[in-house]
Design a protein around this ligand. Structure first.
Ligand code: NDP
Length: 254
């Protein structure tokens, strides 16, 4: 698998799944535009890519809810084209139907859904030229109901419909659109919604016992699935796919 000469935008590249996907795609030869708000962490990822001997990345400190135009413009100005848009940036909060806070609902939907729509719309003219593709990072939470993360589940379900509808809309332009839908993956995301490291570790241990493959996901699992869907040789006939990366948890009904 080679991404040599391909230009990839990776949102949410300052941490977790996005950071590893950016490092992985760059190792496979891609020129990556890495996007995140945290400049320090983003620059650390840029350094890791450079010191691995991969093509020099472009670090764009930006908020996907506000800076979509700047993200696409800077990438085109710097690299001259776009082959893959990896919509990975995402956030989660704990809530349920009786405790829902509508401004938090807006914040989640702005990040997990609205920004993806905007970035996709802005990227289409460039992806049409390269016959490129889009990979969205959804979740098993889009495919099933999970207690106490209601707004997150709704946002990922909306993202999944966006993946499928935009796959149909963009197929005539030769642009493929797919998503990966991971179950629990070991990243700092758990600490972003009020769970400390120890509690996160406990949660992951619990998942591990219930997942058929006997472990939780690691970022190398998501990176491999992203690269698979983004690769035009192996996946040229795949579009509108929601790919669970879940250790068998969906089929087990976990
Ligand atoms: P992390 O918290 O480790 O990373 C989230 C990334 O999103 C960070 O780089 C963060 O960057 C970025 N981000 C969030 N909001 C914005 C914003 N407004 N503008 C730009 N960047 C933003 O989480 P993960 O790596 O775990 O999550 C990545 C994706 O994977 C998410 O969409 C998540 O829903 C999904 N996922 C994760 C699972 C898991 O168990 N870890 C399971 C299933 C899906 P910064 O703070 O620098 O802006």
């Amino acid at each position: 698998m080679s991404f040599t000469g391909k230009v990839v935008i990776v949102t949410g590249a300052s941490s977790g799944i996005g950071a590893d996907a950016a490092r992985h795609l760059a190792k496979l030869g891609a020129k990556v535009s890495i996007v995140g708000r945290n400049e320090k962490r983003l620059n650390q990822v840029a350094e890791q890519i450079k010191s691995a001997g991969s093509p020099a990345p472009l670090a764009i400190v930006a908020d996907v809810t506000k800076d979509a135009q700047r993200i696409v413009d800077k990438t085109i100005k710097h690299f001259g084209k776009l082959d893959v848009l990896l919509n990975n940036a995402g956030i989660v909060i704990q809530d349920n139907v009786t405790e829902i806070n509508l401004s938090e609902f807006d914040r989640i939907f702005d990040t997990n859904v609205r920004s993806v729509i905007t970035l996709t719309k802005l990227s289409v003219p460039y992806l049409e030229k390269t016959k490129g593709n889009i990979v969205n990072v959804s979740s098993v939470a889009g495919l099933k109901a999970i207690p106490n993360i209601m707004t997150y589940c709704m946002s990922k379900a909306a993202l999944d419909q966006f993946t499928k509808c935009s796959a149909l809309d963009l197929a005539p332009k030769g642009i493929r659109v797919n998503s990966i839908n991971p179950a629990a993956v070991r990243t700092p995301i758990f600490e972003t919604f009020g769970v400390n490291e120890e509690q996160a570790e406990k949660m992951l241990e619990e998942y591990k016992k219930r997942y058929p493959l006997g472990r939780v996901g690691e970022v190398h699992d998501t990176s491999a699935a992203i690269a698979y869907l983004a690769d035009d040789e192996v996946s040229s006939f795949l579009t509108g796919i929601l790919l669970p990366v879940d250790g068998g948890s969906i089929v087990a009904g976990v």
